[in-house]
Write a protein that binds this ligand. Structure first.
Ligand code: PMP
Length: 438
């Protein structure tokens, strides 16, 4: 039986490559028709056929407070009445930059003195890398297999997210000399890190790392690994770029860095990138770091970066409203929901006899169909991923929307209350049975 989603998907494929404007939205690995969303509020999304789902995608992270939080929507509406885009500095940008710098601190440690606002996570990481190259006068970049940092040329080698879902080694269209500037090593592998610096140390500008890997499913950093990256990079005159686009302001008021620092693992990243939550659902991302590094950006310094829509007033209004509402209580609510749901997921898969491991990084979590939590991309790939499609579709039929790939994190919001969590818990056993039968 077809419905409005099928009709729209047919129409979409005639005018949009693959019918989607970002590959992860296609049901590439689970099969079937993507749901075209008509609206979203709180923890619920509604598709084009009028069907409601408890949402565990949260727009891939931004909806920390739940979809269309009334105060965030009001802030955007109010900003809209004053003009949609100026291409000139605004008061709101100053407030948002100061708020970001102020939140990302642990005691006296403040990695962020300056912030530049951009529009997407891709721009934030791309700029961070150019800045690191400009600051060091070196070209090489170290990244970890299975980490995703957006779709700029140098970052697609063995990337996570949609590149992992589609099982691509990288992307066509990236010139070989550019790909050769990126050295890909295994995650959570201190020896590989030491080896790459032993061989290329004098030529490495930066190491870029997801604060916790979450684009190959959740793969938390082993204790001490992020600190080791910082120490190793600094010992060789290279920078550490900490990518908090996904984790920033989602797992802790000060990001995954803040969570780790509060647990005793403190280290000093040189450039930190943000996206998703920082824009509250509007196109906004940011990079921040010490003044001496950040002030190398134009107009002060020689590293060029620009954007017509950078610091867009509607995006800034959404980001400011979201961060101001993202109190410690919000994080406590999401942490509790995450603990409850990840336990229910574990229990349902155990009852159904499905080999699995639930990985957690702060309030982010995901299940993999293997006996232990993966530590790197090779282990994340070595799982019975064919079990995910029936698991996903059985949940969807019961009104629960998961990310359409096993290589993604599950996202909760502060709007997931007892009712929504109960609905998901009730739906999990049948999905686990479907996974077992696959
Ligand atoms: N870095 C990380 C860690 C991400 O998860 C993403 C997006 N999922 C990006 C960068 C790219 O952000 P954007 O999609 O806004 O370009």
């Amino acid at each position: 039986m077809t419905d409005r989603n099928d009709d729209l998907f047919s129409a979409a494929r005639a005018v949009i490559p693959g019918g989607v404007n970002s590959p992860v939205r296609a049901y590439g690995s689970v099969g079937g028709t993507p749901r075209f969303l008509a609206s979203a509020t709180g923890a619920t999304v509604t598709d084009a056929a009028g069907r409601e789902y408890v949402d565990l995608v949260a727009s891939w992270g931004p909806a920390l407070l739940g979809h269309a939080h009334p105060e965030v929507v009001a802030a955007v509406q109010e900003a809209a009445t004053r003009g949609l885009s100026f291409g000139a500095p605004t008061e709101g940008e100053v407030e948002l930059a100061a708020l970001i710098a102020d939140r990302v601190r642990f005691g006296e440690i403040r990695p962020i003195e300056r912030v530049r606002l951009v529009s997407t996570g891709t721009e934030a990481t791309m700029t961070a890398i150019r800045l690191a190259r400009g600051a060091t006068g070196r070209d090489l970049l170290v990244k970890f297999a299975g980490h995703y940092h957006g779709h700029s040329d140098g970052l697609l080698a063995e990337a996570g997210s949609g590149v992992a879902t589609l099982a691509l080694p990288g992307s066509a269209g990236v010139p070989a000399p550019i790909a050769a500037q990126t050295l890909v090593i295994g995650y959570n592998d201190p020896e590989a890190l030491a080896a790459v610096f032993a061989e290329h140390g004098q030529r490495i500008a930066a190491v870029i790392v997801e604060a916790s890997a979450a684009n190959m499913g959740v793969v938390p950093p082993l204790p001490g690994f992020n600190r080791l990256i910082a120490e190793t990079a600094h010992a060789h005159g290279a920078l550490m770029i900490l990518d908090e686009v996904l984790t920033g302001f989602r797992v802790h008021p000060a990001g995954f860095w803040g969570l780790q620092a509060s647990e005793g693992e403190d280290y000093l990243p040189d450039i930190v990138t943000f996206g998703k939550v920082v824009g509250g659902g509007m196109p906004l991302a940011a990079l921040g770091g010490r003044a001496e590094v950040m002030d190398l950006l134009a107009p002060l310094g020689p590293v060029y970066q620009a954007g017509t829509l950078s610091g867009n007033p509607l995006s800034v209004a959404a980001g400011l409203a979201t961060l101001r509402l993202a109190t410690p209580e919000v994080y406590a609510t999401i942490d509790a929901a995450s603990a409850r749901l990840s336990a229910a997921l574990d229990a349902a898969l155990t009852s159904a006899g499905v080999t699995h491991a639930v990985a957690r990084a702060g309030n982010l979590f995901s299940a993999s169909f293997r006996a232990s939590v993966p530590r790197n991309y090779a282990e994340a790939q070595a799982q019975e991923s064919f079990r995910y499609a029936p698991f996903f579709h059985t949940l969807r039929e019961q009104g629960v929307a998961l990310p359409p790939s096993v290589f993604e994190a599950w996202f909760l919001t502060a709007a997931h209350g007892d009712e929504e969590l109960g609905l998901i818990e009730a739906a999990l056993p049948a999905a686990a049975e479907a996974a077992a039968a696959a």
